[in-house]
Design a protein around this ligand. Structure first.
Ligand SMILES: *[C@@H]1O[C@H](CO)[C@@H](O)[C@H](O)[C@H]1NC(C)=O
Ligand SMILES: *[C@@H]1O[C@H](CO)[C@@H](O)[C@H](O)[C@H]1NC(C)=O
Length: 188
């Protein structure tokens, strides 16, 4: 079974989906007065929504992953993600560059060299963060994703509800919203 488990939750998905370029600005707002310093540190990817057919096929096999967020000299963020892959803990780093107002970033794929937009839509810094991304896949499909990050591995029911409400407002249907199960590995 373990070999079938897909190890790409959270922003790691941006690399896997082969995002090519940023599309027109999405209809999302940013966390007002976003304080990047308070957003740093450890988060768990506990929910995601995506309208890619890839997620629909793989969603049963996705697990929670750990992200450690550190500041970059250019004002961006270093997201170091740790997840279980082939029975080992694997680590992948995504570098988000600042893209204008605080809380708005772009991710450039090291493979295609192209950018993807990332927004921190809502966070209380101590409990949860809702992120939204938008771009185009290598196959030319527009795709958007929403992520729930939580400081603990067991997000409160209110936080999960908040994520569902947010994702539905972005047009994600119920079958494209998943809460990722905890595992006993790689989250330390
Ligand atoms: C990102 O953070 C990781 C973990 O601390 C570190 O190993 C890596 O060098 C950092 N990458 C950059 C480009 O700063
Ligand atoms: C995903 O959503 C975007 C934005 O709403 C849309 O343009 C795209 O066609 C959708 N893709 C799929 C595979 O449904």
């Amino acid at each position: 079974m373990a070999a079938l488990h897909m190890p790409w939750p959270g922003l790691v998905l941006l690399g896997v989906l082969g995002i090519l370029q940023t599309q027109a600005e999405a209809q999302v707002s940013l966390q007002p007065n976003f304080l990047q310093d308070k957003f740093l540190g450890r988060w768990f990817t506990s929910g995601l929504a995506s309208n890619s057919s890839w997620l629909r096929e793989k969603k049963e096999n996705l697990y929670m992953c750990k992200s450690v967020v550190a500041p970059m000299a250019d004002g961006g963020l270093n997201f170091t993600n740790t997840f279980l892959r082939k029975n080992q803990c694997d680590t992948r780093t995504l570098l988000l560059r600042p893209a204008g107002p605080p809380g708005h970033y772009s991710y450039t794929s090291p493979h295609s060299g192209s950018a993807h937009a990332v927004w921190v839509v809502d966070t209380d810094y101590e409990d949860y963060a809702l992120l939204y991304t938008s771009g185009t896949t290598a196959l030319g499909q527009d795709t958007h994703m929403a992520f729930l990050y939580s400081r603990t591995q067991t997000p409160r029911a209110e936080v999960k509800e908040k994520f569902t409400t947010f994702a539905e407002a972005q047009g994600f249907t119920e079958d494209t919203i998943v809460f990722l199960p905890q595992i006993d590995k790689c989250l330390e």
